[in-house]
Design a protein around this ligand. Structure first.
Ligand code: ADP
Length: 631
């Protein structure tokens, strides 16, 4: 895989109006999550923007007194005032900075939380969609690698506010530079009093102040253009750069000498982070020149300010104290105005990335969420019926299920069998309302399941999916899916799932972490052990429906036989659906649903299905029996 040239990944700039809309939306979003954060940022920014002007003003008064009347009492008063104010401001600053830093650190987590919340609220069918994941991955990469994050808006806010406040502070201390008049005795230098000269001077200062940041904005635009290639570079670096760190591929790497791939990557000087990569080349070329040009305009600006202020002071318009005040104020002001222009340009460059974030956050859920409550009085008396249900996965042309009709009676043990890809898992996903049927309807006690409150409907199912995942938390927390849990109930469920012996071996028992990620005493469980824990989790939930999708695939034959022999007892009076490849293990079920190419081709008990020698079940049964006989 090679890295794309950034030119192809060029992003169009949004209009100024759209830029403000995006920025304001982002600010509102942060405000919604953490209103105090914006308040603290506002206060701290105003404080840091104004403090320098207070210091400049007081220092200038001291210098003025020293170079003028030199009144010791007045000097003492000025020094005490300056020191007192400096101490007070430092104290306020230290207090606010502490809060500001905490909020600033928190921003990173907040941005994560915003995206995580979106994913958690999304319909399952969207979460399962690879396009959504691509979108999310791209956002994460822009955010982490290229710094194009949602939270950058807070930085823009701080900088813009700081610029505006500084404008007020700066103008109030420098306006007299333009209004103070050179005395008539100064001869030709009285031209400095001419309004046209003053307008020209202000224009020149503004022009130079504007030009310096223009080049920084241009440099920022180059980095923005490179954001896509940076993402790919990051991914490649994350893969090749860390191949040697990954213990799950260490065996394969050694067997197939895969480090050769890394070597090739590490010696390619054109890689994103290498000496001839896009960023290094830009830094040496255009971007480097933009920074040089920006610095040149800054220096020109300083020269013009010194010339103007010193000429007026030379001509007698004001004294030494005011020279210090004007030069310090205008330099500070110019820095702030430059930053303001710079940030405005950067905000516009950045707006495209904000929009991408909002495009993601605006993805709408399409599943109907009814408000009908489940009839609690009919506790565990739920009947399910599929009426002519067909289903296509989003974006797929092929039907994964075709015209499925079936009924699930209360307390039934139903086995679902069929070859790989025949639609068994899809059937379960529709039953649990992770997806809605494309055609047909699923009824719960005679009512379309879409009319029920979604969360209540999900609460009646306990499922072990084929690709279930346990978390890095403790054994007890995994079984209970909660932080606080009933230990006796957890232990009981683990025993029923055949995990009792292993539980006794664990020194920390239920407090054992299931990986070493959070504790050195964590234990990595085998595939079979994980399956037993997942089984215990379904039992702990104690839902009326229990669904096991290949629950014993990773168990050894003895553990499997043990669980099957106790299965009826384990699931008590619950309705159970059970998917397995091993037909022999379905014999204890009182109904069997045979899937083939997305359709239910047979239904019935094991004995009745075996009687149809031309049926799919018969074929599958003998295919497996023959396999076991030959081995
Ligand atoms: P089984 O559980 O019987 O192995 P599945 O229900 O997983 O079969 O799959 C049925 C069909 O649906 C297969 O053709 C499979 O490729 C397709 N399929 C499964 N999941 C998805 C998905 N997320 N997107 C698109 N097609 C899918």
């Amino acid at each position: 895989m090679s890295e794309k040239t950034p030119k192809k990944a060029k992003k169009d700039l949004l209009s100024w109006k759209e830029t403000w809309i995006q920025c304001l939306r982002a600010l509102k979003l942060f405000y919604h999550y953490r209103p105090n954060m914006l308040l603290i940022h506002t206060f701290y920014t105003i404080y840091t923007a104004l403090t320098p002007f207070v210091n400049i003003f007081l220092s200038a008064r001291i210098i003025e007194e020293l170079s003028g009347d030199r009144d010791p009492q007045k000097l003492m008063l000025l020094v005490l005032l300056t020191l007192g104010l400096a101490a007070l401001l430092s104290f306020i600053g230290a207090l606010t900075r502490r809060q500001f830093k905490v909020e600033d650190q928190f921003l990173f987590c907040l941005e994560r939380q915003i995206r995580a919340d979106k994913m958690l609220r999304m319909d399952y069918c969207l979460v399962d969609d690879t396009k959504i994941h691509e979108q999310l991955d791209t956002l994460e990469q822009y955010c982490n690698g290229a710094g194009r994050s949602l939270r950058r808006v807070i930085w823009f806010y701080d900088m813009i506010l700081s610029g505006i406040v500084s404008l007020f502070g700066g103008f109030s201390l420098s306006i007299s530079l333009f209004t103070s008049r050179v005395p008539e005795s100064a001869g030709r230098l009285t031209a400095l009093n001419h309004p046209l000269f003053i307008v020209l001077m202000i224009g020149l200062l503004l022009a130079v102040t504007y030009l310096s940041p223009i080049f920084i904005v241009k440099a920022d635009a180059v980095w923005s253009k490179g954001a896509n290639s940076h993402n790919l570079g990051n991914r490649l670096f994350g893969f090749y750069g860390f191949l040697g760190h990954k213990n799950n591929v260490a065996g394969d790497v050694r067997m197939y000498r895969q480090e050769a791939f890394c070597e090739k990557y590490n010696t390619d000087k054109k890689g994103t982070f290498y000496s001839r990569g896009y960023y290094a080349m830009q830094a040496r070329g255009a971007v480097g020149m933009y920074y040089v040009a920006s610095t040149i305009f800054s220096v020109i600006f300083t020269g013009v300010v010194y010339l103007f202020v010193c000429s007026k002071a030379w001509a007698g318009a004001f004294g030494l104290g005011m020279v210090t005040q004007y030069i310090s104020t205008i330099s500070k002001l110019s820095g702030k105005v430059s930053s303001l222009f710079q940030v405005l340009g950067q905000a516009r460059n950045h707006a495209t990335f904000l929009k991408m974030n909002f495009d993601f956050l605006d993805i709408e859920n399409t599943m109907i969420q009814g408000d009908l409550h489940l009839d609690k009085s009919s506790d565990k008396k739920y009947e399910i019926e599929f009426q002519d249900v067909s289903f296509r996965y989003p974006g797929s042309e092929q039907y994964a299920l075709r015209h499925v009709n079936m009924k699930l009676r209360v307390g039934q043990r139903l086995a679902v069998v069929g070859q790989n890809g025949s639609g068994k898992t899809t059937f379960i996903k529709l039953l649990c309302r992770l997806y809605d049927p494309t055609e047909g309807v699923i009824l719960l006690n005679g009512t379309d399941i879409r009319q029920y409150n979604y969360e209540e409907y999900l609460s009646i199912f306990s499922v072990v999916f084929q690709d279930f995942r346990l978390t890095d938390f403790t054994l007890g927390q995994n079984v209970a899916a909660k932080e606080e849990y009933d230990k006796t109930h957890v232990e009981d469920c683990l025993c029923k799932a055949g995990f009792d012996e292993r539980l006794r071996e664990l020194p920390l028992g239920m407090e054992t972490y299931l990986t070493k990620n959070f504790s050195d005493e964590g234990v990595d469980m085998s595939g079979g052990e994980k399956q037993k824990i997942a089984l215990a989790r379904t039992l702990y939930k104690n839902a009326p429906f229990i669904i096991l999708d290949e629950p014993t695939a990773a168990l050894d034959p003895i553990a499997e036989a043990e669980i099957y022999s106790r299965f009826n007892e384990i699931i008590e009076d619950k309705t159970a659906i059970y998917i397995s490849h091993r037909l022999s293990s379905c014999r204890f079920c009182d109904g069997i649903l045979v899937f083939d190419k997305g359709a239910v081709v047979q239904q019935g008990s094991h004995d009745s299905l075996m009687q149809d020698s031309s049926g799919k079940y018969h074929e599958l049964w003998f295919a497996q029996a023959q396999y076991y006989a030959n081995n």
